[in-house]
Design a protein around this ligand. Structure first.
Ligand SMILES: NC(=O)c1ccc[n+]([C@@H]2O[C@H](COP(=O)([O-])OP(=O)(O)OC[C@H]3O[C@@H](n4cnc5c(N)ncnc54)[C@H](O)[C@@H]3O)[C@@H](O)[C@H]2O)c1
Length: 252
């Protein structure tokens, strides 16, 4: 098993990629702390992991709330004794709204969940990882929207570009100490529940993404395998990188 004895925090663990990552990490021997806004969803994920014999703690909370973040990191440390892996996976979309269309409220919400939350959680986790002899690993689930101008609206694309910037900054600073690695995943289209949040897409935003051609669709488990590689010692010399997993969508 690739993650034996490691404690892994996974946000957005109630659905989609986060749920698949939590499940796979538990199968690989990690003690998983599954965190999600949706209490029922996180409990369903916890039940699934426990039924398979995994070790898991489920916590409901919001990645934008500092108290919830502190409670999450404290619970991981107090229950399992360490924080070895943090997967900042929770994220939301923005109906592909362009700059001319986005409201201040939506902008702040998307940046809050997709960027500021991961920064605050990374900060709290790093303060623990720094003190551990074996350091730690941070994985940020970005998007191909973090590398290209379409694949989301203005807020989503800006948040994911910034999340990749944050990843590189953590890698460049803490990575040089040889203790903490940070990498990002840039998935393309993946079959999850996030599509159901696209309720009133922008016409202009949709035209832009259609110009990028039809996306091959992946499954959450395919992204979980990428996360496992980045979490495990198999990637011990990979730091500050962005691993695209998009079935070749952006290769065209
Ligand atoms: N599905 C795709 O095509 C795709 C492509 C590229 C990147 N991504 C990114 O992958 C990540 C996971 O998305 P998914 O597709 O699995 O989505 P999903 O909607 O299936 O799951 C996201 C989970 O995050 C939780 N969440 C949302 N806001 C939260 C908050 N403030 N605090 C705590 N939990 C919160 C939700 O309750 C949900 O359970 C996101 O960051 C998303 O931007 C998705």
């Amino acid at each position: 098993m690739k993650l034996s004895g490691k404690t892994a925090i996974v946000t957005g663990a109630g659905s989609g990629m986060g749920r698949a990552i939590a499940k796979l990490f538990a199968e690989e021997g990690a003690r998983v702390v599954a965190f999600d806004l949706n209490e029922d969803a996180v409990q369903a994920g916890v039940d699934e992991i426990k039924a398979a014999g995994g070790e898991v703690l489920g916590i409901a909370g919001n990645v934008t709330n500092q108290t919830d973040i502190d409670n999450l990191v404290d619970a991981a440390k107090d229950t399992f004794g360490s924080v070895d892996i943090l997967v900042n996976n929770a994220g939301i979309m923005d109906n592909f709204l362009t700059v001319g269309e986005v409201t201040d409220e939506l902008w702040d919400k998307v940046l809050g969940v997709n960027l500021t939350g991961p920064m605050k959680l990374s900060r709290a986790a790093i303060q623990v990882m720094e003190k551990q002899d074996r350091g730690g690993v941070i994985i940020n689930n970005a998007s191909v929207g973090g590398l290209f101008g379409t694949r989301g609206g203005a807020a989503y694309v800006a948040s994911k570009h910034a999340l990749i910037g944050l990843t590189k900054n953590i890698a460049a600073t803490y990575g040089t100490l040889g203790k903490i690695r940070a990498n990002a995943i840039a998935p393309g289209g993946v079959n999850t529940n996030i599509g159901s949040t696209i309720t009133a897409p922008s016409e202009l935003g949709m035209r832009a993404i259609q110009g990028a051609g039809e996306a091959p669709m992946g499954e959450p488990e395919q992204i979980a395998n990428v996360a496992l590689f980045l979490a495990s010692d198999d990637s011990s010399f990979v730091n500050g990188d962005v691993l695209k997993a998009d079935g070749g969508w952006t290769a065209r």
